[in-house]
Design a protein around this ligand. Structure first.
Ligand SMILES: Cc1cc2nc3c(=O)[nH]c(=O)nc-3n(C[C@H](O)[C@H](O)[C@H](O)COP(=O)(O)O)c2cc1C
Length: 324
């Protein structure tokens, strides 16, 4: 199977990227993984100011995944410009890199983008507007509020002509509508899904397992949520979708492709096995051979469920009609 995907004005040699927050800025993983064998990777979130992150423990495993509250720890945009991007520039050739951007308000997003925009070595930005572990000035993530989402995506669009992905959260009434808002505001693609809030309590101490209290849920537990989000968004937008959430092997990645994702990202699985994404790539080739698929694009959106409705959306539609 030919794995190359032509998107955002460039070629991804395969559709598998490492997800933000699980590969640092590339350098951290480069001893263990040949980054240039990947479709690409997304950096840790970059904020204007350096951030220490949240109190330990920051991660806690459970049977079907992980809860984390890292709190967007990063060295700040100036160090990313002077140290992290130069490393990427001189070490990464074939993989396509997105810089993940976060901030407390719209102006922060613009400042990070403008500071990095003229630098070489990466393709585009992924706006993290959906981190459950970060409080912006509005008190809730931008991705949960249609007006705030429109505002931050428009502002980011105004700050760069590079490819702009917008990473959304699944804990909204209608993920398709949020993807549509991002598209209308100028996004070139949407990434679905970020983690969403969860809580693990220690029955002995009666305290949260994480230092910060609650955190974001990731790993296999959220895969059906992510696949559903991609499928729901595919029906509302024409821009490419990047699927992420609980991918541990090629079969998981195929689910996202069938639901409508053009690219996928591997996150939590890399903690258990740093080469998980490379396994996914090899597995996709085997899947193509076994199922007579010549090009990965043939899989995108090819799920056999177009005619079926999502119960949640039917309920929303009824509610809308009732409202008037
Ligand atoms: C420890 C950790 C840190 C993360 N940091 C970020 C981040 O900085 N920015 C972001 O957009 N997503 C971040 N994420 C979310 C992941 O990129 C991904 O959307 C999510 O974990 C779901 O994919 P997975 O189940 O494959 O991990 C983080 C996830 C984890 C587990």
């Amino acid at each position: 199977m030919n794995l190359a995907q032509n998107l955002f004005g460039t070629v991804f040699q395969n559709p598998v990227l490492l997800a933000s927050g699980t590969c640092g800025f590339g350098e951290e993983l480069s001893d263990l993984v040949d980054l240039d064998a990947l479709g690409g990777f997304v950096t840790k979130a970059v904020t204007v100011e350096p951030r220490q992150g949240n109190p330990a423990p920051r991660v806690c495993e459970f049977a079907a995944g992980m809860l984390n509250s890292v709190g967007l720890a990063n060295p700040g945009v100036d160090v990313v410009r002077t140290e992290k991007l130069p490393w990427i520039r001189s070490h990464v050739r074939a993989a396509r890199v997105f810089v993940n951007v976060a901030g407390h308000d719209v102006e922060h997003y613009q400042r990070v983008i403008k500071t990095l925009n003229e630098e070489a070595g990466y393709l585009g930005f992924e706006l993290n507007v959906s981190c459950p572990n970060d409080r912006n000035l509005r008190g809730i993530p931008f991705a949960l509020d249609p007006v705030a989402l429109e505002e931050v995506v428009s502002a980011a669009r105004g700050a760069t002509r590079r490819p702009l992905l917008v990473k959304l959260a699944p804990n909204v009434p209608d993920i398709g509508e949020m993807a549509h808002i991002a598209e209308e505001a100028g996004a070139d693609g949407v990434t679905l899904i970020n983690t969403f809030p969860g809580l693990i309590l220690d029955p002995s101490s009666r305290s949260p397992a994480l230092g910060a209290g609650s955190g974001g849920v990731s790993g296999p537990a959220i895969r059906p949520v992510g696949v559903h989000a991609v499928w729901a968004a595919r029906r509302r937008v024409s821009i490419p979708i990047v699927g992420v959430g609980g991918i541990t092997n090629a079969a998981d990645a195929v689910q996202y492709l069938l639901a409508g994702a053009s690219l996928v990202q591997v996150g939590t699985a890399s903690f258990a096995d740093p080469r998980a994404a490379l396994r996914v790539i090899r597995g996709l080739v085997r899947y193509g051979r076994a199922h007579g698929v010549r090009h990965v694009a043939e899989l995108v959106g090819a799920a056999a469920l177009e005619s079926r409705e999502v119960p949640g959306n039917e309920i929303l539609e009824l509610a809308r009609r009732a409202e008037g």
